[in-house]
Design a protein around this ligand. Sequence first.
Ligand code: GLP
Length: 238
Amino acid sequence: MMEIFVVPDAEGTGAVAAGILAAVIRSRPDAVLGVATGGSPLPVYVALAGHGLDMSGIRGFALDEYVGLPAGHPESYAEVVRREVTERLHLVPANVFVPDGGAENPDVAARDYDRAIAKAGGIDVQILGIGHNGHLAFNEPGSALDSRTRVELLTERTRQANARYFDIPDDVPERCITQGLGTILEARQLLLVVNGADKADILREALAGPVSPECPASVLQLHPHVTVVADEAAAARL
Ligand code: GLP
């Protein structure tokens, strides 16, 4: 089942997506949330904080992390998730997990992370954004549809898109640990949040184009419970 909500603007996407998450959290105070970084989900966290829910039993797993940033780097996803999610929503820090991009052996860290998600009982709702080239988390075009959490190379396009967050563009790492497309598909519900006219073409390709590794987000078509929340600009070509 795929349901699509179209709202006027990014703030609206945050309100609708937060409403969906709030309902899950109320019915399951120990829910496991999959949290995403990037600009699109930020209004969701802001709106969800406004619900004032008891988050003490909620667990969170991030989608991805850069490999090789110094510990505590403000743009590491560990730090972004701490600022934007854990602190804002008053999650218990020990309940929030991000792949270990500083691990001596990132391949092992990736496998351990995949296992930790399974051990937690799987993800109830996975929040997602979409990249301009159709990437989901850091699954770039060419990623196998059944891929697991693993170390990946970032494309130049993604490095450039994310350079806006870094003082020195070259500081964007070349590698990452990302949940795989197969891992993401195991979440019980997927909640895709998309804003802006620059995402209109890729959103159409993902939802209505062929299911193919060339557009990783097309795997959404394979999942039984997908909710898409888009602003009018992003939904213009649906
Ligand atoms: C980033 C993240 C993705 C995110 C995407 C889009 O690189 N790894 O999880 O969905 O790019 O980001 P934005 O929402 O800022 O366009």
